[in-house]
Design a protein around this ligand. Sequence first.
Ligand code: C2E
Ligand code: MG
Ligand code: MG
Ligand code: MG
Length: 292
Amino acid sequence: RAKESGKNTFEFFTTDMNAETVSRMQIESGLHRAIERQELSLFYQPKYRLDTETLCGMEVLLRWNNAELGAVPPTRFIPVAEDSNQILAIGEWVLANACQQAQTWLAQGLLPGPIAVNLSGKQIRQPNIVETVRNILETSNLPASWLELEITESVAMDNTHEVGRTLASLKALGVRLAIDDFGTGYSSLAYLKRLPIDVLKIDRAFIQNLHEDPDDAAIVVAITSMAHTLGLEPIAEGIEHEEQFRFLRENGCTYGQGFLFSRPVPVQEMDDLLVESQALRAWGNPDAPHHH
Ligand code: C2E
Ligand code: MG
Ligand code: MG
Ligand code: MG
């Protein structure tokens, strides 16, 4: 309509350009300088073994704090960064910084298990993604087995051949692979079996009402048991309540993360958690399993 009547163009854009559009544009232009302005930071959310309640790893979660826009949540800016390809530079920044931090903790003897980094669909479909990951591991001096890459179920299942080949090459580097948000997509179980993955992350949607909704409970039990059958480690995300935790532990879910244990925390707080959990390992039950 704006094109039909030139004189109404201004009016059209001021009245019809909704907050959604404005924000996407602001986000895209703000993101352009986010790295150089040091507006990005990494938060870390600890993962726990549910039977022993010991810290066994962590997930890296990106945060963006912009002077004008404030703290923009990743659910808002990551999709924009994907559409504009900015996720490629941002994703490399995340990987490089996460690996560097993990290596620091590893050298200090503080890293209890792998550090998990989210990879977007755009990143995994880059022809040079394997080289990028290999270079970052080399530069940071982090052994590949300490890096876990989280790829959402829909991305892992989509475009099966190429993504499948890429996952195989990443696996050949020695990194661990996790399927994120599992249960929300349409996995072919036969295909899932052929993918070189190590971890199934059960989507928060099924955990949320676990203790009230028998269907969700049944789904979680089924996914957990299937994971074990396929030789994969099940982990539940979004554990907020004691009842959810107990249900998961009693039904064989090996690992978990969520606000019940800890929110994602800045690097210094994660450092404190690592020191504390190492002290527990050193002074606590000597028979407690160690998770490397
Ligand atoms: P995700 O990978 O599934 O990450 C889990 C999200 O759940 C995180 O949200 C985390 O803060 C949140 N969470 C953890 N425990 C709980 C809980 O007990 N209750 C609730 N309500 N939420 C919980 P966050 O940090 O806002 O990230 C959202 C999504 O943004 C991530 O989902 C991931 O898809 C994406 N993302 C975050 N960082 C990155 C990144 O560095 N690269 C890429 N490509 N995507 C990222
Ligand atoms: Mg994730
Ligand atoms: Mg997830
Ligand atoms: Mg999720």
